[in-house]
Design a protein around this ligand. Structure first.
Ligand code: JFZ
Length: 310
């Protein structure tokens, strides 16, 4: 029941968001030229990259420095209690092992493994809860590029989404949170997708971007700090730089203390108003965590440790 979901989910308080996919190989650049429009995780749309060219990045997606143990240790050091990773972003490239399509990380990339499985298992070793981001926009399954990412979901896409959710909800152990994103599902579709989560993962909290008031908690805008406490459970997704979630090679990273202070202000204000804070990192295509982001997270953790709350 909902009280149980909310009670359990509220304990999570503060977590790590991870945007990692083929777009991480691009790092916000195409053939060495910065793409200055849009979030870097959406570079395929913003630079109108044909799918075959986009998929070329899979060869460079080595994941050789993807280290779930280090990521979990970093989350712990930052004071976080859970991790939510992109299982599939708008590009439709599945970052998990799936029978629904060969357009997935195991089949196509140099890495050739299921990062969700590796991370989910490691989370359990570190007493961290695990969750997945799942985009309802899927350019591979046939959604047109739409800068607002609000395409409706054709009935033909439903079986794929249903099966992918079945896989995600059954192959990775306990799921604490399912973070749907974008598109414009009908009420029936929202209910259908939520029911799959609820059937297999009764304790998983679903965010409001399942749409149609079907979710368990509200997702606010990026880095949004409401003026007051809000009714019901809610979360602020936060990014270190505001302009991108996925890795951006040309991102300026020269304002360390300012960033740290802004994020601590965001985290503590959100927490004080009863919200949950989900802070993003965008690893490179080789899986390495950007050093600046790691240091930011460690500085937040150090501050939290020196200011224990009641
Ligand atoms: C969405 C995605 O399109 C984006 O790529 C990223 O994954 C982010 C976490 O979620 O972007 C949004 C969606 C809604 C808002 C802002 C960014 N909003 O309501 O302010």
């Amino acid at each position: 029941n909902n009280d149980k979901v909310n009670d359990q989910w509220r304990q999570l308080e503060y977590g790590m968001f991870i945007h990692w996919g083929l777009y991480s190989v691009f790092g916000g650049e195409r053939n060495g030229i910065a793409v200055k429009k849009g979030y870097s995780e959406q570079i395929q749309m913003w630079d109108d990259i044909p799918e075959p060219e986009y998929l070329e990045a899979a060869k460079q997606f080595t994941g050789e420095n993807f280290n779930p143990k280090k990521i979990c240790e970093l989350a712990k050091a930052a004071g976080m209690k859970y991790i939510v990773i992109t299982s599939k972003h708008h590009d439709g490239f599945a970052m998990f092992d799936t029978a629904t399509t060969d357009y997935n990380v195991v089949k196509q990339t140099a890495f050739g493994k299921d990062p969700l499985k590796l991370l989910a298992d490691e989370c359990r070793n570190h007493d961290l809860k695990f969750g997945v981001y799942f985009s309802l926009v899927d350019w591979h399954q046939g959604h047109e590029f739409d800068e607002n990412n609000c395409n409706p979901i054709p009935a033909s896409m439903e079986p794929v989404i249903v099966q992918q959710l079945e896989e995600l909800m059954t192959n990775y152990g306990e799921i604490a949170e399912v973070w749907f994103d974008m598109s414009s599902p009908t009420r029936e579709q929202s209910i259908k997708f939520a029911n799959i989560v609820r059937k297999h993962q009764p304790n998983a909290a679903i965010n409001s971007r399942i749409w149609n008031n079907v979710g368990d908690f509200r997702t606010l805008n990026d880095n949004q700090v409401p003026e007051q406490t809000l009714d019901g459970p809610w979360q602020t997704p936060a990014s270190i730089y505001h302009e991108t979630w996925g890795y951006r090679r040309w991102q300026e990273r020269n304002d360390f203390s300012k960033r740290v202070r802004a994020l601590i202000a965001g985290l503590t204000s959100v927490h004080a108003r009863g919200g949950n804070y989900l802070l993003n990192i965008g690893p490179r295509g080789d899986g390495s965590v950007v050093e600046f982001e790691e240091e930011v997270l460690r500085a937040i953790g150090a501050w939290l440790n020196s200011h224990p709350h009641a």
